[in-house]
Design a protein around this ligand. Structure first.
Ligand code: HEC
Length: 381
């Protein structure tokens, strides 16, 4: 049972992801303000680590940490996905504060810059709610024009200037100097598709870019075939409008379509299907604290799509989704599959040239989940 915002127990209704939420917005407004105070300073290490600025920066970092904590509390009445990212942001903000307080300025800066991946994880999963005015205070302090184009796109997404972010990506991808084969392998290419499809619900915009890439004389044949395939997928979704009525069967169908396109486990032919399925799933779970088997399956499928699309080395949601799916429905058909994918992901993370070295807490977690699944199976039979 979840205590909803209104104090009503057992809130299970789904919130409309395209509608603005005044509470979330108010928190974001203060969050970006405290961010605007410290981020510019962190670009100048001399200033960032100077005795003179220490108290001022510490005060701003405290504000950032407090605001992240408010967001984390707010996340408790949302869905598990929102809650997870909010918690990750809070943990980062606490770490930044602690590093900085102790005088570990490089570590503080590294964490501060990477914690923006949390902002982006949330902002690129759900449809744009409203056109927010540009956060002038933030933008005036960060001179975006001086940043490399992909960093510019990063900070534009962070501050929800989505149209500008898409344009920044297109400038990079349309640059004839960039090798098309390298370009489509970039995580930022997937990020661009997520912004267009998930945030803008726009299947049309990327088509022009893909046709441009296909038309370049230097584009290798296999890349041309791939981008034309993606283009077809976009055309099909533009007609079928998959966000109209989102149900579990319609999500499963979208993922199946992606699987059918793929000849090898990790090839990229199904990209548009998976980005679309991921967008449908985020809309499906948004604001829904239900713990039903359907919701568990949605988290399992999110784990599957995330395993193919995730590219942030800082925040990975795949393992969390898979664990959530198993805990919510250990006796389901999909829980052994979720377990297999989770085990593969965790074990590969700890395998290197010196063999496999799984930390105790990870083996405990895997054992715990395995027991849950085994017990549920025994109960059923
Ligand atoms: C847990 C999810 C989540 C995280 C993490 C997150 N945001 Fe947001 N943010 C949202 C949502 C959802 C909205 C849209 C609110 C609405 O319209 O209901 C939003 C809106 C905003 C806005 C527009 C608010 C306005 O009224 O102008 C800004 C600016 C913003 N976020 C900045 C940030 C920054 C900076 C970070 C990271 C330090 C961040 N957000 C982290 C979910 C998140």
């Amino acid at each position: 049972m979840i205590l909803g915002a209104t104090g009503v127990v057992g809130q299970t209704s789904k919130t409309d992801p395209t509608k603005s939420n005044p509470d979330t917005r108010a928190i974001m407004d203060t969050l970006i303000d405290s961010f605007a105070e410290v981020l510019p300073l962190s670009f100048d290490m001399k200033e960032f680590s100077s005795k003179k600025s220490k108290q001022t920066i510490l005060k701003s970092l405290k504000k950032l940490k407090d605001n992240a904590n408010i967001l984390e509390q707010h996340g408790k009445i949302k869905d598990k996905n929102f809650g997870f990212v909010a918690k990750s942001l809070e943990s980062d903000a606490n770490n930044v504060y602690r590093w900085f307080e102790k005088g570990y300025y490089d570590e503080a800066k590294f964490t501060l810059h990477n914690m923006t991946e949390n902002c982006i994880a949330c902002h690129s999963s759900l449809p744009e709610t409203a056109k927010f005015p540009k956060p002038e205070r933030f933008l005036s302090k960060i001179n975006l024009q001086n940043l490399p184009a992909l960093d510019k796109a990063h900070y534009l997404t962070m501050s929800r200037q989505f149209d500008e972010a898409l344009a920044a990506y297109e400038t990079v991808f349309n640059d004839p100097e960039i090798q098309p084969a390298n370009l489509i392998a970039l995580g930022s290419f997937t990020q661009y598709m997520k912004l267009s499809i998930s945030v803008k619900s726009d299947f049309n915009r990327p088509q022009k870019l893909l046709l441009n890439i296909a038309d370049r004389p230097k584009t290798p044949r296999h890349v041309r075939m791939l981008v034309l395939k993606w283009n077809k997928q976009l055309e099909t979704y533009e007609k079928s409008a998959p966000f109209g009525q989102i149900t579990l069967p319609s999500i499963r169908k979208t993922i199946e379509a992606g699987k059918l396109e793929m000849e090898f486990p990790k090839d990229r032919d199904g990209l548009i299907h998976y980005v679309t399925a991921n967008a449908m799933l985020n809309r499906y779970v948004n604001g829904n604290p239900s713990t039903s088997t359907d919701m568990a399956e949605a988290y399992y499928l999110m784990g599957v799509t995330e395993s193919l699309l995730g590219h942030s080395f800082w925040i990975s949601r795949q393992d969390f989704y898979l664990e959530t799916a198993i805990r919510l429905a250990p006796g389901s058909d999909f829980s052994p599959k979720a377990y297999a994918l989770l085990e593969e992901s965790l074990v590969s993370g700890f395998t290197g040239s010196a063999g496999t070295n799984i930390p105790d807490d990870v083996s405990l977690l895997l054992n715990d989940l395995k027991t849950l699944i085994d017990n549920a199976k025994k109960e059923k039979s």
